[in-house]
Ligand binder design. Structure first.
Ligand code: AMP
Ligand code: ZN
Length: 119
């Protein structure tokens, strides 16, 4: 098992990365873990999270650019692996736009028609 360099004691996603809280993990890499969202908003709804705790996407990108790139390639692997060439990636950043878990996570959504602009 890959041990994160940084973890936050009360962080839900750090606990999922550590295996202390169960999740349906669909893909792992050296730096990331991907698991199904507990409240799916599309037929495919997976969260790709870095193993290392940072509060949001920009903080993760600043901390480790290569790892941040791995989130995008992992997201593609998850989507195409489940048969979806078209998918949407979302990083909610800040409570004002709906971020509720302050451990960086990329929503990977696919399998239904999606509108733009988003709601
Ligand atoms: P956000 O609102 O962008 O911070 O997204 C947080 C996401 O985490 C939501 O879509 C939740 O449904 C999801 N979530 C919360 N708790 C869990 C959990 N225990 N396992 C999987 N997904 C979760
Ligand atoms: Zn965390």
């Amino acid at each position: 098992m890959v041990v994160p360099v940084t973890a936050a004691p009360d962080c839900l996603f750090c606990k999922i990365v550590a295996g202390d809280i169960p999740a349906e993990v669909v893909h792992t890499t050296e730096s990331t873990v991907a698991f199904r969202d507990i409240n799916p908003q599309a037929p495919l709804h997976v969260l790709v999270v870095p193993r290392d705790h940072e509060p949001d996407a920009a903080a993760s990108a600043a901390a480790d650019a290569a790892m941040f790139a791995e989130i995008a390639t992992t997201a593609r692997a998850v989507a195409t692996g489940e048969g979806y060439d078209d998918y949407r990636l979302v990083f909610n950043t800040g409570a004002g736009v709906g971020q509720t878990v302050f451990h960086t996570h990329c929503h990977v959504l696919a399998g239904r028609a999606m509108t733009w602009p988003p709601g």
